[in-house]
Ligand binder design. Structure first.
Ligand SMILES: [Zn+2]
Length: 133
């Protein structure tokens, strides 16, 4: 059951900039909507895929997953980072914008999350996870 979500509903931190963040090497934590496992994402991961959406050309399965995102939203972000949930190994695509600012240095802004394990519009019978917000 695939779907998409706003980053703030999945990640503990959704924007980075070099000036304020780089010295601390912060990570952001992704919470899987399906298995509730946490996966850590580091700045070097965002560095690695900045200004590239090539993963859509390289991986047909991920390109198909990307189609889940409504068309008008697919251009939100000049970079796409693929990751796999640490708990259930479901693929996740993170759309983000990588920019350079004279004041802030490199900046990353997460724009959308596309998930193979997304639960949008789906209800699981028999599993009440308690909804800790
Ligand atoms: Zn998972």
């Amino acid at each position: 059951m695939s779907g998409w979500a706003a980053p703030r509903t999945r990640f503990s931190k959704t924007s980075f900039n070099a000036k304020h963040d780089w010295s601390q090497y912060p990570t952001t934590s992704y919470t899987c909507p399906s298995c509730h496992a946490n996966s850590e994402l580091a700045l070097r991961d965002l560095d690695k895929y900045a200004h590239s959406r090539a993963v859509l050309d390289e991986r047909e399965d991920l390109a198909q997953l990307f189609q889940v995102l409504p068309e008008v939203m697919r251009s939100w972000g000049n970079s796409i980072l693929p990751m796999w949930c640490a708990g259930c190994a479901s693929p996740v695509l993170i759309l983000y914008d990588a920019t350079e600012s004279h004041i802030l240095g490199r900046c990353y802004w997460l724009s959308w999350v596309v998930e193979a394990a997304g639960v949008q519009g789906a209800t699981q019978s028999g599993s009440n996870s308690g909804g800790a917000a």
